[in-house]
Ligand binder design. Structure first.
Ligand SMILES: Cc1cc2nc3c(=O)[nH]c(=O)nc-3n(C[C@H](O)[C@H](O)[C@H](O)COP(=O)(O)O)c2cc1C
Length: 323
């Protein structure tokens, strides 16, 4: 399949694996890129810029296909070493960066000078347009269904994607709720030129996470995610567990007075415990509603090939047969 996204990034299939904290290691990115999609290393999971440089080198040892690095701009007081991470990306020869969180404008000149393509992930049409105006090459439009941070507008992809298509001239991919060939065809129909998947890629053989995490996704239904931290305007869609229900109870009890310190036990330092140790009650971890569509744990290649075969069949047989 050829779209503006496959052309922009030099990939075979219009399928991207979004940055994921404590999932997006070199093994994950390389497996997706080797399957013909675009794998992405999660920059901030690497504690230092030197660690990121090492992770990029490891990924290059595992694939000669294009892969990217995610840089999430956090609204934290103690900012991570972004200049160092950017240097590691440029010196590592990475040609694609997925930005997320805040406006990437301050960092774009460095990427442009190095010939790096930037895809910015955001959850609203206004932020998409802003990213286009400041010079991003593509957008990942992240709907309300998504795992992770859906923003505060709560607009699902059936509305968000065609609205983005009305406003954007640069290519965009549909992110949030994407799982299979049906998702891809729907995304294309709504104006996107590919899909970005997070949660679905965690339930693959190569995802470098504890087996219990993958089994939790297979077991979960579309009813099993919760929105946490809404009162802090830092909403995150997570898989429910005892810690998440405790967190929500605190939110109900403390109301608008709640502070980050009140829920620190349920959210801080959770990712290594979940993803590496398989301690499934450790706290809140991002997961999309798409869990309801995850029924198995294929290899990345099996998953990507299956998506493409199903999409082709839907377009050529089911849809063509209707017109
Ligand atoms: C476990 C997990 C961790 C994530 N961590 C990040 C992150 O660090 N930075 C980021 O930009 N997006 C992150 N995301 C969001 C994904 O890149 C992607 O946008 C999202 O998962 C798409 O929705 P889906 O899960 O329905 O496919 C994360 C998602 C998950 C499920």
């Amino acid at each position: 399949m050829k779209t503006r996204i496959t052309e922009l990034f030099g990939i075979e299939h219009p399928i991207i694996q979004g940055g994921m904290h404590y999932v997006g290691f070199a093994e994950m990115a390389a497996a997706v890129s080797n399957a013909g999609g675009l794998g992405i290393i999660t920059g901030l999971t690497q504690k230092t810029a030197a660690d990121l440089a090492n992770e990029i080198a490891r990924c290059k040892d595992m694939t000669d296909k294009p892969f990217g690095v995610n840089l999430t701009f956090l609204p934290t007081v103690n900012s991570p070493d972004y200049p160092g991470y950017i240097r590691a990306i440029i010196e590592g020869g990475v040609k694609i960066v997925e930005t997320a969180g805040n406006n990437p404008a301050p960092f774009l000149p460095y990427f442009k000078d190095a010939g790096i393509k930037v895809i910015h992930k955001c959850t609203s049409v206004r932020h998409s347009v802003k990213a286009q105006n400041v010079g991003c090459d593509a957008i990942s439009v992240d709907g309300f269904e998504c795992g992770g941070h859906p923003g505060e507008d709560d607009i699902p992809n059936f509305i968000l994607l065609p609205r983005a298509a009305e406003e954007l001239t640069i290519p965009f991919v549909a992110s949030g709720g994407m799982a299979d060939g049906r998702s891809l065809v729907a995304a294309l129909a709504l104006g996107a030129e590919g899909i970005n998947m997070g949660t679905r890629f965690i339930a693959t053989k190569e995802a470098p996470v504890h087996e219990k995490v993958k089994q939790a996704l297979v077991a979960a239904s579309e009813l099993d995610t919760r929105l946490v931290m809404r009162p802090l305007r830092n909403t995150e869609r997570v898989l429910t567990n005892a810690a998440v229900e405790r967190l929500l109870e605190k939110e109900r009890r403390l109301g608008p007075d709640i502070k980050f310190e009140d829920i620190i036990e349920e959210v801080a330092g959770v990712y290594p415990r979940i993803m590496m140790d398989g301690d499934m009650e450790a706290g809140a971890w991002s997961c999309g509603m798409v869990a309801g569509l995850i029924h198995d744990i294929p290899t990345c290649k099996e998953l990507v090939d299956r998506i493409m075969a199903q999409a082709n069949a839907i377009i050529r047989e089911r849809l063509a047969g209707m017109v």
